[in-house]
Design a protein around this ligand. Structure first.
Ligand SMILES: CC(C)(COP(=O)(O)OP(=O)(O)OC[C@H]1O[C@@H](n2cnc3c(N)ncnc32)[C@H](O)[C@@H]1OP(=O)(O)O)[C@@H](O)C(=O)NCCC(=O)NCCS
Length: 163
């Protein structure tokens, strides 16, 4: 059983490192090292800690049995839409249930919202498979992922259980 708890500011440096490594491994083969480097430069511990204070946001970490953080999820309601903005599990904990535990924590936290949406870059097949398994369906195709232009991206969405 993976243990999940709310992230605190004290986790920020470890989460920033996890996030940067995950972007480099996962996205460089899909969108190129240059675009990834631009994005990763913004993942400082200060920024990740500041994101905790954004209105209507929640962040969770999964805890590795041997100590340390094995995964991170960040969600936020923007303009009335709940977005799962970040979900990253350390490679040595993928396939362990950590991702599902983080997803459950987010969904339980936002009970009462009608649905949850996310963006995933086309070709990130493992993530897409994970989201499909968790009830997400294709809602829209876009040519940008967040602020990164020229990246074929899927918007996926699922309803949330009624509270
Ligand atoms: C996306 C992520 C959180 C999912 O967590 P996970 O622990 O890997 O997920 P699971 O192992 O439970 O599920 C992944 C599914 O993809 C399958 N899979 C594994 N490798 C795969 C691959 N190369 N291509 C397609 N599917 C793959 C798994 O078999 C599993 O499906 P199954 O349970 O039906 O067998 C994790 O892979 C991750 O952190 N990836 C890097 C960051 C990322 O891409 N985040 C998403 C941003 S949108």
């Amino acid at each position: 059983m993976t243990k999940v708890r709310h992230m605190t500011g004290e986790d920020a440096a470890e989460v920033a490192a996890l996030l940067a490594g995950s972007w480099e491994r996962t996205y460089a083969p899909l969108i190129g090292a240059e675009k990834v480097a631009d994005e990763v430069a913004g993942f400082t511990a200060e920024r990740i800690a500041a994101d905790l204070k954004r209105p209507h946001s929640e962040a969770f970490v999964a805890l590795a049995e041997g100590g340390g953080i094995s995964g991170y999820a960040y969600a936020i309601v923007e303009k009335g839409v709940l977005w799962l903005d970040r979900l990253h599990v350390r490679p040595d904990h993928q396939g362990s249930g950590a991702a599902s535990a983080l997803m459950s924590a987010v969904m339980i936290n936002y009970l009462g919202e009608p649905s949850i949406s996310l963006e995933v870059i086309e070709g990130n097949d493992r993530a897409i498979r994970f989201y499909e398994k968790n009830g997400f369906e294709l809602a829209e195709r876009k040519s940008a992922c967040g602020s990164i232009q020229g990246v074929p991206t899927l918007v996926m969405r699922r309803p949330l259980p009624r509270a």
